[in-house]
Design a protein around this ligand. Structure first.
Ligand code: 3SL
Length: 245
């Protein structure tokens, strides 16, 4: 198994796809997706276009759908939810499909939607992702950070490092043996430095600061937790993610 880290969807190769793609958006899309499915949500369906989201969700029974949307970190007016994982409690999401559009997470998912296997990772479900990788041993794995509008995000890279670190701990492989590119080595180093203060790292991150400006400190605290959700969101058909059992 070789792991490649790409800091943004734009940095992924365009002439090939991996056996397994892992999309990461710690703040906050993939944390929210893990939380929705862990709270009993039926599925998460992602859209880049808000009008298409509204139109598609119209065909779904009202009591079985939720519309969630974020632009610039804020909730889309008129939607049921923004992109806070804290809103996705069982009482609200159980048995429902979350129709969601976010700025960067959606773009990353669409970039690799044709990979053989597409899963999502955040710090909260890191262990479930690692378990899947160790059990299934995909040959080539891309960990794709969502970044922010095409730029690097500390929080997505630290999550990539957390995944790789856990693989190293659970196997007798060396970093050189699993590293597909230099970015993977730097992600492991980043996680090594911040593993005991992930919330502190999120406070340094530019998107963390943006969210703090929107009074989302509790979201940052939630997103900084590691291995609290035993859930693996996996794409079933392009744009639709469900819990992999
Ligand atoms: O860009 C995204 O996909 C979002 O996760 C950003 S936010 O955290 O909801 O602002």
């Amino acid at each position: 198994m070789k792991l490649f880290v790409y800091h943004t969807p734009e940095l992924t190769p365009t002439d090939c796809l991996p056996e397994c793609a892992i999309v990461v958006d710690v703040l906050r899309a993939t944390t929210t997706m893990a939380k929705v499915l862990a709270s009993g949500g039926e599925a998460v369906q992602v859209f880049s276009d808000l009008d298409l989201l509204t139109q598609t969700s119209e065909s779904w029974p009202v009591e079985k759908r939720l519309r969630a949307g974020e632009r610039g970190g804020a909730k889309v007016p008129g939607f049921d939810l923004g992109n806070s994982p804290l809103d996705c409690i069982p009482d609200k999401v159980q048995g429902k499909r979350l129709f969601i559009s976010t700025t960067n997470g959606t773009r990353a998912l669409q970039r690799v939607e044709n990979a053989k296997v597409l899963i999502t990772a955040a710090l909260v479900n890191r262990n479930a992702v690692v378990k899947y990788l160790l059990q299934n041993q995909p040959e080539i794995v891309w960990i794709v950070g969502s970044g922010w509008e095409g730029t690097f995000s500390l929080e997505d890279t630290v999550c990539a490092g957390a995944i790789a670190h856990s693989i190293l701990q659970q196997t007798n492989l060396s970093a050189n043996e699993i590293a597909g590119n230099d970015e993977l080595i730097s992600a492991i180093a980043l996680y090594g430095q911040w593993q005991n203060d992930l919330l502190g790292l999120l406070h340094h991150a530019s998107h963390g600061k943006r969210l703090l400006g929107l009074n989302s400190h509790e979201d940052l605290k939630y997103c900084a937790q590691t291995d609290i959700l035993d859930i693996l969101p996996m794409q079933q058909e392009p744009g639709i993610l469900q819990s992999h059992t």
